[in-house]
Design a binder for this molecule. Structure first.
Ligand code: 5GP
Ligand code: MN
Length: 329
């Protein structure tokens, strides 16, 4: 595989020549993964291309109303990959996080791959890679590329890209928000992105059960250390079982820790597949969490990163994180 690095101009030249693609994203998809994948699918179909989106993992509950009318596969296409011109991988920084569906390894050998992402540490193997770390979301890169190609932005595509930008910026709260982010979002609204549908789904659809789970987490699991500069919580499986709640719907739980006044770093720990998964967030550019995540074998952005530790011991992982964060603060 050539693995050619390219900017959005070159990526738009590659994309404009593709006529029939399969689009994939990362495992346990979040708003930007869904928005980018379903948005690009809708955009290409709206511009007389053939595009299928593969989403093998269960989707977060709150996004279901948004995807109701979207077209996507939940299983690896029966006819294999040779029916497509290319595979497009979106918002996914590493080979082992690409969601290809059961039994299919990444990278597949029998197809060209275009990788588009905004994670600076992206090392996905692909023919062509367009990585734009400044972009607030992968959806934002796609809006830029669509304009470069001259594709018509359909209302459905605009709504999905709006979802991706809205969720990856935390509704414009995070430091990845730039003037360009707002310009792109303005263009999406001009093209009839459904603001109300996105906001209702993302911010006004919490279940009462989740609200009770969150209240219990704040009361009984969240801790604040280092004079209020570090907020963290380690959530055992029995706590999730108590509410029948899962991290699939917990994309924003860590914000309950980061939102506290004075907190610079927030960390959430829980078990995923028998291993401790750690989410890290910073709200002070002077102490980014990307380097710590990388040091521990994970990755992500400077201010929002993650790692999966090779242990199932939540308490010792929490103690180790506390010590590491202490060195940063
Ligand atoms: P989250 O905390 O929401 O799961 O992830 C935040 C960021 O960290 C994401 O952009 C994601 O790419 C990255 N990330 C999360 N978990 C892992 C992980 O286990 N390994 C690596 N390398 N990156 C991760
Ligand atoms: Mn993203």
């Amino acid at each position: 595989m050539l693995n050619r690095k390219m900017d959005t101009v070159y990526a738009s030249d590659v994309l404009r020549q593709l006529d029939n693609v399969l689009i994939v994203t990362h495992v346990r998809p979040d708003g930007d993964a869904l928005g980018a994948a379903l948005g690009l699918g809708a955009l290409m179909r709206g511009n007389l291309r053939r595009a299928q989106v593969l989403l093998p993992d269960p989707l977060p509950e709150k996004y279901l109303p948004l995807v109701r009318n979207a077209d996507f596969l939940t299983e690896f296409p029966a006819g294999g990959l040779t029916q497509y011109d290319a595979l497009i991988v979106l918002d996914c920084a590493r080979n082992d996080r690409v969601a290809m569906g059961s039994g299919t390894d990444y990278p597949p050998q029998d197809i060209s791959i275009l990788n588009i992402d905004h994670h600076g540490d992206n090392n996905v193997q692909a023919e062509w890679s367009c990585v734009v770390p400044d972009a607030a979301a992968t959806s934002a890169i796609l809006v830029r590329i669509a304009a470069l190609i001259g594709w018509k932005m359909t209302p459905q595509a605009a709504t999905f890209f709006y979802l991706g930008i809205m969720t990856d910026t935390g509704a414009f709260r995070f430091s990845n928000t730039s003037p360009d982010t707002h310009r792109l979002v303005a263009s999406l609204l001009e093209n009839n992105a459904d603001h109300d549908q996105v906001i209702q789904a993302v911010y006004f659809s919490k279940s009462r059960n989740q609200q009770l789970f969150e209240a219990d987490m704040v009361q009984n699991y969240s801790k604040v250390d280092f004079d209020g500069r570090y907020a963290w919580a380690a959530l055992p499986d029995e706590f999730f079982r108590k509410y029948g709640f899962s991290m699939r719907d917990g994309e924003m739980l860590i914000e309950l820790l980061r939102e506290l006044s004075g907190v610079k770093i927030a960390v959430l720990l829980y078990l995923a597949g028998g291993q401790v998964k750690v989410s890290l967030r910073s709200k002070d550019p002077a102490c980014p969490v990307g380097p710590l995540a990388r040091k521990l074998g994970g990755g992500g952005h400077e201010m929002a990163a993650g790692v999966t530790l090779k242990t199932s011991d939540l308490n010792s992982a929490a103690a180790m994180l506390r010590e590491e964060v202490g060195k940063l603060l």
